[in-house]
Design a protein around this ligand. Structure first.
Ligand SMILES: O=C[C@H](O)COP(=O)(O)O
Length: 249
């Protein structure tokens, strides 16, 4: 079912004490919208964060996971390990994972399968780079990212998938896609889903926008018809800013 979601991707920020402080500040804020709220602390702090948010409406989610259940993959974390500390949702395919850890569409397809097999929800990220947009190839790039990692799934699997369009040129740069650019791409994503899976999957899909969303621009971006929420980086590290974005619906 299509929902409004605001998810904070903390990336590699906040040690344990900073994690506790930020959560405690978040819990003091007043939420006036009914958007689902998620935070993604670093893996080592997930268990603590899960426990600290237990009696709240904040869902703690993971930033990444491996595709295998267990085994000789030094430094990695599996879906079942995440679930064992209470985590039900994982971000996959973030552009930083693609760029710095060589995550390909093929690898991401395996990760998506592993998450779904473990009954986890996936926030699947994708988006074009600046050169793609300058060349007018943004739709082709996005279409391929979605097709390559997700189109082996059946329609029912999409109930557990949220899409996050994040143009790489807008991440952490202060440069936001205009609300119209975001809307155009989200509409194109829905059309891509419609072509393969039909109207129901397309209309039920929750599609988030990510890339320099701030309290000052969130309302306008979330106001667009096909934008269902945001994946927030920098602005999720300050409780007041993050909740202001949550309340922008
Ligand atoms: O996962 C979040 C995105 O990378 C957006 O980050 P940003 O809000 O700092 O641009």
């Amino acid at each position: 079912m299509r929902k409004n979601i605001v998810a904070g991707n903390w990336k590699m920020n906040n040690d344990l004490s900073e994690t506790e402080t930020l959560i405690s500040n978040l819990l003091k804020q007043k939420q006036t919208s009914n958007a689902e709220v998620m935070i993604a602390p670093t893996a080592v702090n997930l268990y603590q964060a899960f426990n600290s948010t237990k009696n709240s409406n904040i869902e703690v989610i993971a930033q990444n996971m491996h595709f295998a259940d267990n085994g000789a993959y030094t430094g990695e974390v599996s879906a079942s390990m995440l679930k064992s500390v209470g985590i039900q949702t994982v971000i996959l395919g973030h552009s930083e994972r693609r760029a710095y850890f060589n995550e390909t569409d093929e690898l991401l397809a395996k990760k998506v399968d592993a998450a779904l097999k473990n009954n986890m929800r996936v926030i699947f990220c994708f988006g074009e780079e600046l050169a793609d947009r300058k060349a007018g190839n943004e739709e082709k790039v996005v279409e391929n990212q979605i097709k390559n990692a997700l189109f082996h799934l059946d329609a029912a699997a999409f109930k557990n998938i949220v899409l996050a369009y994040e143009p790489v040129w807008a991440i952490g740069t202060g440069e936001t896609a205009s609300p119209e650019q975001a809307q155009d791409m989200h509409q194109f994503i829905r059309k891509t889903l419609n072509n393969k899976y039909g109207e129901q999957v397309s209309q039920d899909m929750t599609i988030l926008y990510g890339g320099s969303v701030k309290p000052a621009n969130a309302k306008e971006i979330f106001g667009k018809q096909d934008v269902d929420g945001g994946l927030i980086g920098g602005a999720s590290l300050k409780a007041e800013d993050f909740i202001a974005i949550v309340n922008a619906f």
